[in-house]
Design a protein around this ligand. Structure first.
Ligand SMILES: Cc1cc2nc3c(=O)[nH]c(=O)nc-3n(C[C@H](O)[C@H](O)[C@H](O)COP(=O)(O)O)c2cc1C
Length: 501
């Protein structure tokens, strides 16, 4: 039984000398569009006016404290479209394939989005699935779900949610290709989706609260997913001003099978025990009774004295937030052109701007995860490995020298990576993670890494430079070239830099 993050991560590590190739089971390729035949759908209304804010404003914006007012179906449609849309069409083996506003390892899109609504103009109270292919909401349950949601979130605030989003992942979508390693991508990809959702809510002045902790069993059963195949990984809640006073719950009596069968995405699915075991073990929420240690100080790295990241006066953005969301793509045609220091500072400042929303998961960005970057070709900055203190807005040199070419070799010889100006690296001490939060800590670290990864994609798109997430690397080699201690590992890498014109 895999019961710890350290064990899971080790057992799913890639080793250059021990890579067992495997063919893909094409006849059993997972369906990327979840459907509920026979259930009522509500079309998402067209959006007539998109938000005009720039991304730099949205990311740095502090949430208003008051609860939500005036949420309408039109607003909800806008939030959903800015979170998760089909953005580009390609043909694959003669059939249409759609890329999306959210990056996903292997374009396998394991995530699904659900919304519970209460008191929203134009939409009956209930639970809905975002059926992205239909541009519609599929009605799964009717009535007020919020007492059940509050109970599953164990949220004891005086308010009542008006809008709650549930982010799930379907295991086989990614494990079809990545097998046991896929749990990494379920979490990272879902983190990418969460970041888009949080920004979309801020753009509507709806203060979001992000939850990584909840009663898994209660939420999976509320959503009607088959927990052997699909599980809830994150919840984002918009709270109303005061408790609604209504305690009666909606229609939870629908026979579970009418919903759960929709979690099956292929006729012959393979169950990966490592994933199931770690996920099951991670359903226990551990609240550390002592203060949590700062991850940055537990990576085994020595650093030079830290420097403050300069404040950016003029943001180098070429388009507004809404345009960015629809233009975001993975780009790999990096060139060895210097990245300006203005762009570097803007990227770093926006990465540090975490925790402005009311987040139940606020602290995890600094406690479960550490962020650094390899500077390859940046104006006025020596090549080397730098670590960031997201909380203090500081950076410190850990080791000097040009390393992006070595890292490209470590990333399964994806040679184009050597040309990118920056490699952001997301790190955690897995033993410390296990000791502090138990296996659930792996969810915190990976979901947060995914969130920040999506943020880098969006900020680089706004600045007209390229970005690509990298989940494929030889794990021990990556730790070795970064000089990490035995328990610390690279979780995710995101390359960024100027592109060929
Ligand atoms: C967690 C994660 C890991 C990824 N790993 C790689 C990788 O190792 N190599 C690569 O070329 N692209 C990688 N990508 C990029 C995906 O292939 C890309 O997001 C997907 O094909 C969809 O294309 P798009 O981002 O242009 O919409 C990764 C993306 C994510 C989110």
């Amino acid at each position: 039984m895999t019961r710890s993050a350290l064990e899971y991560h080790r057992q799913t590590s890639y080793d250059r000398h021990d890579m067992t190739g495997h063919g893909l089971d094409w006849p059993n390729q997972p369906d990327v569009l979840k459907s509920y035949p026979g259930l009522r759908t509500v079309p998402l209304p067209e959006v007539t006016a998109w938000p005009q804010d720039n991304l730099s404003v949205l990311i740095r914006k502090r949430s208003q404290e008051e609860g939500a007012t005036n949420v309408t179906l039109e607003k909800l449609a806008q939030i959903i479209r800015l979170t998760h849309s089909l953005t580009a069409k390609a043909r694959m083996s003669g059939t249409a394939f759609y890329y999306r506003s959210v990056a996903s390892a292997g374009a396998l899109y394991p995530f699904e989005l659900y919304a519970a609504v209460h008191g929203i103009a134009g939409l009956d109270d209930g639970l809905y699935h975002h059926s992205i292919g239909l541009e519609a909401l599929t009605a799964l349950r009717s009535g007020n779900m919020m007492p059940n949601v509050s109970d599953a979130l164990r949220a004891g605030t005086g308010g009542s949610p008006v809008l709650v989003f549930f982010l799930t992942s379907i295991f086989f979508r990614s494990s079809w290709k990545y097998r046991d390693r896929a749990y990494r991508y379920h979490l990272l990809d879902t983190g990418h989706l969460a970041e888009n959702l949080l920004l979309a809510l801020r753009a509507q002045n709806l203060p979001p609260t992000l939850y990584y902790d909840f009663d898994d069993g209660k939420l999976n059963s509320l959503l009607g997913v088959d927990p052997r195949r699909e599980v809830c990984l994150a919840v984002v809640c918009v709270w109303g001003k005061k408790a609604s006073g209504q305690k009666e719950t909606g229609d939870l009596k629908i026979p579970a099978r009418s919903l759960t069968h929709a979690s099956r995405v292929s006729a012959r699915e393979v169950d990966y025990a490592l994933i199931r075991d770690l996920h099951t073990a991670s359903c226990r929420v551990v609240k550390p009774d002592q203060g949590t240690p700062k991850m940055l100080h537990n990576l085994g790295l020595k650093t030079e004295p830290a420097q403050q990241i300069p404040r950016t006066d003029t943001w180098p953005e070429l388009m507004n937030y809404a345009e960015v969301v629809f233009k975001r793509r993975s780009r790999r045609n990096f060139v060895q052109t210097e990245l300006s220091v203005t762009r570097l500072d803007a990227l770093l400042e926006l990465l540090c701007a975490t925790g402005h929303e009311q987040e139940d998961a606020r602290s995890f960005a600094k406690e479960a995860l550490s962020v650094g970057f390899l500077s390859g070709n940046v104006q006025d900055l020596n090549p080397g490995f730098y670590v960031l203190d997201l909380e203090q807005g500081e950076m410190a040199l850990s080791s000097q020298g040009f390393m992006t070419d070595k890292m490209a070799h470590v990333c399964l010889d994806q040679a184009w990576l050597a040309n990118s100006a920056l490699h952001f690296v997301f790190l955690t001490n897995l033993k410390l993670l296990d000791e502090t939060w138990g296996p659930r800590g792996y969810r915190y670290a990976m979901l947060t890494a995914g969130r920040l990864g999506q943020r880098i994609y969006l900020v680089t798109t706004a600045m007209g430079i390229g970005c690509c997430g990298i989940g494929a690397f030889y794990d021990d080699e990556a730790a070795h070239i970064l000089g990490l201690n035995e328990q610390t590992r690279l979780l995710y890498l995101v390359a960024a830099g100027p592109l060929k014109r």
